[in-house]
Design a binder for this molecule. Structure first.
Ligand code: MG
Length: 242
């Protein structure tokens, strides 16, 4: 899991350096497929329920599950990339949101807040806490900022398979849900909308967009619950304390 997480994070980081105005989302997907084959790993997404891309790449009001195409990235866009790989039978899953040039300050704040909320949620992934503590934190912090959280898609356990139990919703009640235990590996992934929480699915049957067309942000890490501080497997060499 550590190795898969490291590889997933390195590929995601490499892809962020390729984001620029004029580059197509399909070119980013192609670069991802090359990086994966160079490292001898496979996309965890390609073919999953017939998903056609190597990564998910979603712009602006697209929340998650966007498919690389000939659409060119534009100055002022926000680009969300979700990279999941399988290495030696283990999955690493992570996502980030990138601003292309100078963007609207409110949207820039949405990205910063979403990443901060993810990091705070990760710090709650400790034995004795429950999944609901993570869920509640993401929801309440988002509301405090005037945002809303997506309810249709949730974080998840991750391991041999991309999606394992337990689900890790971005909404919920403190003190509820499964107890966190050392050895659990979770993909924690707030999807936070600037406007309303509702999403709809485009005709490609994959791309989720906000119902009101306002921007959405997404950050994700694969996290190992340990006896003490959580270990971020998709952020090599780092741990987070409360
Ligand atoms: Mg995930």
């Amino acid at each position: 899991m550590r190795q898969a997480g490291r590889t997933a994070s390195e590929i995601l980081h490499h892809l962020t350096t390729l984001i620029a105005p004029g580059v197509t989302t399909g070119a980013i997907d192609h670069a991802a497929s090359q990086l994966m084959s160079q490292r001898g790993v496979k996309s965890a997404f390609l073919g999953y329920r017939k998903f056609p891309g190597h990564i998910c790449i979603s712009l602006n009001e697209e929340v998650v599950h966007g498919i690389g195409s000939h659409r060119a990235i534009a100055y002022g866009d926000i680009v969300k990339m979700d990279v999941g790989i399988i290495q030696d039978g283990w999955v690493g899953d992570n996502a980030t949101s990138v601003a292309v040039g100078i963007i609207d300050p409110g949207v820039e704040m949405l990205l910063a807040d979403t990443e901060r909320i993810l990091m705070q949620a990760i710090a709650l992934a400790r034995p004795g806490n429950r999944v609901g503590d993570i869920s509640h934190h993401v929801e309440s912090e988002s509301k405090k900022c005037g945002y809303s959280v997506v309810r249709e898609f949730v974080g998840h356990g991750v391991g041999r398979k991309l999606h394992e139990d337990p689900q890790v919703p971005n909404f919920g009640k403190r003190g509820t849900g499964p107890k966190l235990k050392p050895g659990m590996t979770l993909a924690i992934e707030p999807m936070i909308n600037m406007g309303c929480a509702d999403v709809k699915i485009l005709a490609d049957k994959w791309t989720a967009v906000t119902a009101d067309g306002r921007p959405s942000a997404h950050f994700e890490h694969t996290v190992l619950v340990t006896e003490s501080e959580p270990e971020v497997l998709t952020w090599p060499g780092k741990t987070l304390s409360k």
